[in-house]
Every structure is written in C-alpha cells, then in structure tokens.
Write a protein that binds this ligand. Structure first.
Ligand code: ADP
Ligand code: MG
Length: 370
C-alpha cells in the first residue's frame, strides 16, 4: 500500500467540519438562536420555519439587540459578549459563552442578521458567509469593489436572525435530512421545552403554507411551567402530574434546588392514548436543556417497580445547582453536562418520586377499603 503524506487541512475545511459538529440539524441551530434570544432578555420570541427549517429558519426577538459597531465581528469564531476570562466559566450564567454558534451557522448556511439595539434610532441588516460580513447575495457581483457593511433599515427593537439553505454546502448532510416533517417536529420539541422552562416568555412558532401556528404560548405570570405543560401536551396536569419541589443540601456541601412535574398514577390510565406511550423526559440543568440517560433510566425503573407499568412517565425537571458544580464546557453543543454528585442527586429525586407514588397508591387502597 502506498503511504500517503500527512498534510494540514485548509482553514476553510477545518471550520466547515467543526461547524457541522455544532449545528447538526435545524433544531440544533434553533436551540442556539433561542438561547441567544433568552440571553438578550427577550420576553417574546417568534419562530418561523419553511420546509422544517431547512429552507428557512427565522427567529425574531424583542431583546437588547446588537450594537452596530459589533456587527462586523459578530460571526467570527470566539467573539462573544458573555465571557472575558477562563475563570468566568466557573460562574457563567448565560447560555452562550464561547462565541461559536453564529460563526458555525455562517459556515453552513446563508445568514442574515437584522438588529436594533436599545437606544439606536435605526435597525441594521448584515449578511454573513463563512464568518465574514458579505454583500447581500443579489448584489455580490455588482458590489465586488466595495467593503461590505451593515445596511441601515427601518426596524423594531430586538434582533431577527434568518438562516437560509442550511447545509447548502454539505451534500451528505442534506441527504440525511430529507424528512422535513421530522425536522419540524424536532424544532417544535425544542421550542416546547424552552417554553415550559421559560413561562415568562411568549413563544410563537409558525410555518409556511399553514394558517394555524404550530405553537402559541402567551407569557404568564401564574405557575407557569405547570400551565405550559398542560397547554402543550393537552394534559390536565393537576390531575395527571405531581408537582415536585426539592430544596436540600447535598453531602452538606452544596444546595440542590429542583422544581418539576412528574406523572402520577392517573397519568398511566391515559396510556391507551397514543401520545402517552411516548417518553417525555425534559431536563434543564441551570436553565440549559440537557440529556442524562442515567437519570432517565433510573426514574423509569422506579415507575416500573412501584406501579408495575409498561408505560413511560412524563418527566420535567428544572434543576438548579451552584455553577461551580456543573461542568458546562464538555461538548460544543453543550448537550452533555457533567455535574458533581450525580449519583446522590439521582437517589434523592428517586426517593421523592417513590414516596409520592406510594402515598398515592396507599390513599387509593384506603379509599377502596372504606
Ligand atoms: P455566545 O452566545 O456563545 O456568546 P454566539 O455566536 O451565539 O456566541 O453569539 C455571539 C454574540 O452575538 C453574543 O455574545 C451576543 O453578544 C450576540 N448575539 C447573538 N444573538 C443575539 C440576540 N438574539 N440578541 C442580542 N445579542 C445577540
Ligand atoms: Mg449563543
């Protein structure tokens, strides 16, 4: 066999590969945009999709906006307003911190940003490609000589980010994402989760050629996550779900706070309905939507043991831990989050669920014996 020489990949190829890791599908791009809008203090976020977000994905928020002076470097890699030094990572309270999302998106799509920052009389529109500010696509030939710059436009305070033709330059990724309904559902799932965990924010999702919105959750001041779950999954949560609250010291060192909703016995009576056969496991740790298979499978086990059911429970947890106990810097998508004392925390949650379920079962037996 001929031994091939080792050569360094071009910067462009390296960036494209890295970008494909951060942005895996329309919903992962959307997650980044939602988190940016929430970081910007938005109280209303509108999402519009075309062809499952593959043709177009637009997010409009009413947050603080971006200063026009920052637009030229907005999509460069590692440009952020949220982190200044490595030690800030210990206490990072925003979703974003590494300035990678918009840059990555600009490598795999046509990206347009329109923003009006607080105090600015005008909005500005800017187009990006491969992390750089560029001329609008329609003028790219005629304006070749001029330096591209943000264009002043009439607007409203806040930011609109539009991603068009996602993965236009990654044919193999395009082929694997042909099912636009599946992508639309995935987008809806991500928005639902953020909507449940941010009840003070209005979320609206619309799609082309459909008159009814896919989702319309008006901001509420009441309680909130519970109501949103009820609304989104058409559940009467007061009957089907327990409200779970935990506020305790772990190993006498740090405080765990948990607010959540989990299935009760009645929930499983509804299991015959199709929607309930699906597992719903929504986990937020310090406001980030994450996955934790260990927690999911252990909780499922408890339900199986106590209720002897094949049905899958509904679980929503909003877990708050001191930032220094959570390592958010493990993966570019920040989906996998490691946290200290995982086992003890899962055990505490499990015991609480077990107790709630057993109490409910005992009550039922007492009622039946009466
Ligand atoms: P990060 O969120 O990690 O800082 P991003 O690439 O997601 O990196 O965003 C880069 C910067 O762009 C952010 O730090 C923020 O200053 C600004 N930004 C992005 N989206 C918005 C938005 N919707 N509203 C206001 N500022 C935004
Ligand atoms: Mg971000």
């Amino acid at each position: 066999m001929e031994i091939k020489r080792i050569k360094k990949l071009s910067e462009q190829v390296i960036r494209q590969i890295a970008a494909g890791e951060v942005v895996q599908r329309p919903s992962s791009a959307l997650k980044e945009l939602l988190e940016n809008s929430l970081d910007a203090g938005s109280t209303q976020i509108k999402i519009h999709i075309r062809k499952g977000g593959m043709k177009m994905l637009r997010v409009i928020d009413n947050g603080c906006g971006i200063k026009v002076e920052d637009l030229p470097i907005l999509c460069e890699r590692f440009t952020t307003s949220k982190l200044r030094s490595y030690s800030d990572l210990q206490s990072v309270s925003t979703f974003g911190f590494r300035g990678e999302a918009l840059s990555s998106i600009s490598y795999v799509s046509h990206l347009t940003v329109t923003t009006q920052s607080r105090g600015s009389p005008l909005a500005y529109k800017a187009h990006y490609k491969d992390s750089k500010l560029v001329h609008p696509r329609s003028q790219q030939n005629s304006k070749k000589q001029e330096e591209p710059a943000p264009i002043p436009v009439a607007g409203i305070p806040g930011t609109q980010i539009e991603i068009e033709n996602l993965f236009y330059n990654q044919p193999s990724r395009l082929r694997s994402l042909r099912n636009t309904n599946q992508e639309a559902n995935q987008i809806l799932h991500v928005v639902r989760c953020y909507s449940i965990n941010n009840p003070q924010v209005t979320f609206i999702v619309t799609q082309d050629n459909k008159s009814l919105p896919l989702l319309h959750n008006k901001s509420s001041t009441g309680d909130q996550s519970f109501e949103r779950i009820e609304e989104i999954y058409s559940l009467n949560s007061k009957k089907c779900l327990f409200n779970l609250q935990i506020n305790t010291l772990i190993n006498s060192t740090f405080r765990l706070k948990l607010n959540g909703s989990v299935s009760n016995v009645k929930y499983f009576k509804k299991q015959k309905e199709k929607a309930f056969k699906k597992q719903h496991f929504i986990l937020f740790i310090n406001k980030r939507l994450v996955e934790n298979n260990q927690m999911k499978s252990q909780i499922n086990k408890i339900y199986k043991q106590v209720l002897n059911t094949k049905g899958k429970p509904f679980i929503f947890f909003n877990l708050i831990l001191p930032p220094e106990c959570v390592d958010v810097n493990v993966h570019p998508t920040k989906k996998e989050v490691k946290f200290l004392n995982e086992d003890s925390i899962i055990e505490i949650i499990n015991k609480k669920i077990q107790k709630l379920l057993s109490n409910e079962l005992d009550l039922k037996t007492i009622e039946q014996e009466k």
